[in-house]
Design a protein around this ligand. Structure first.
Ligand code: GTP
Ligand code: MG
Length: 332
């Protein structure tokens, strides 16, 4: 582990850990460019993914024999930084560095135990127009604020899967928060994800960015839309959940490595889903339920009011908060 004093840029240097050097898939013996490409296309973006994969899955993904897959996995296990045991005091130290970002609504912040937490996934789910995207925009602005005002003086990676990122909204919200709009926009690094594999690749890309910039928030809006439209049939439930699971764990790892908050949005199925029958359940079933630390279920009330409800939280009481969607952004 490099010492903390070598930490890079200002802003995050006191609280974001030094990232580990990454070893490319191509660096493993037996993996050429083509195989590496095929693996990445199937969602195996780094050594750890390979290290914990099954030989059958890897063989299929890379179109190679099972014996070769087994060998590759063995190499990945030797080279991957699988981590190790650490004393509880180290865990406590890391927990102490937890940051929180305001949502600009006191009520919603309180529901979350003081704001959106770093080193965790926070999910906003709900039907269309409930404010998932507005909340994501608002938090992308607020994370840039000084700590005393509920921010982390950080920058943002924003993965946009539905083309609903609106720079104009950032400008409005930045003005509302007393930030320079141009400066605020410059600190939000936006990428459009064209499909679920692309979406997963962008998390790997985000790591490159996070080595140079103090990224303290990663947004995926929407987490599930591509997965949902790409894996339609009953027989595709298993691969869909597998990929989604891998994606969520890469997001969690990003959050841990860079002490960043992960905010994801999720639709609820409006009609009985052939995979998940309950029409008010967020997509992704228990895979998302297990990975997300905080899950807020949003619903409409008398405009411009909305209601957020905390669901399945292990350490916070269930409860509700009322917030409003205004021209200047999210308000109480
Ligand atoms: P889907 O992505 O369609 O599932 O919905 P969503 O939950 O992401 O909804 P979104 O966050 O896009 O919320 C849309 C709502 O935000 C609108 O119905 C408006 O109430 C509000 N809103 C969006 N832009 C503005 C704006 O410029 N001014 C005001 N006053 N409200 C806005
Ligand atoms: Mg939206």
């Amino acid at each position: 582990m490099p010492s903390k004093s070598t930490a890079r840029s200002a802003g995050a240097s006191d609280s974001a850990p030094e990232p580990r050097p990454e070893i490319a898939l191509e660096d493993l013996p037996g993996i050429g460019t083509t195989t590496a490409e095929k693996l990445r296309e199937s969602g195996y973006t780094d050594l750890m993914e390979l290290a914990v994969a099954s030989p059958g899955d890897v063989a299929e993904a890379a179109e190679i024999g099972v014996a070769i897959a087994q060998k590759i996995i063995g190499e990945a296990r030797r080279k991957a930084d699988v981590g190790g045991f650490e004393p509880g005091t180290t865990v406590l130290e890391r927990r102490k560095r937890l940051g929180r970002i305001t949502t600009n609504s006191k009520a919603v912040d309180e529901l979350l135990g003081g704001g959106v937490e770093t080193q965790a996934i926070t999910e906003f789910s709900g039907e269309f127009g409930t404010g998932k995207t507005q909340l994501a925009h608002q938090i992308a602005v607020d994370v840039q604020l000084p700590t005393a005002q509920g921010g982390l003086e950080g920058e943002v990676v924003y993965i946009d899967t539905e083309s609903t990122f609106r720079p104009e909204r950032i400008v409005d919200m930045a003005k509302g928060a007393g930030l320079d709009p141009e400066g605020a926009l410059a600190k939000i690094h936006v990428a459009r994800a064209f499909n679920s594999n692309h979406q997963m690749l962008l998390v790997a890309k985000a790591q490159e960015l996070a080595r140079e910039k103090p990224i303290r928030l990663l947004v995926v809006d929407s987490l599930t839309a591509h997965f949902r439209s790409e894996y339609m049939g009953r027989g595709e439930l298993a691969p869909r959940q597998q990929h989604l699971n891998r994606h969520l764990h890469e997001l969690l790892r990003f959050g841990d490595t860079y002490n960043a908050a992960i905010v994801v949005t999720n639709q609820v199925s409006s009609r009985p889903d052939i995979l998940f029958g309950d029409p008010t359940r967020p997509i992704g079933g228990n895979i998302v339920a297990h990975a997300a630390t905080y899950r807020l279920y949003l619903r409409k009330s008398k405009p411009p009011k909305r209601i957020a409800r905390l669901i399945d939280s292990p350490n916070l009481p269930e409860g509700e908060a009322v917030y409003s969607l205004t021209g200047e952004g999210v308000r109480d």
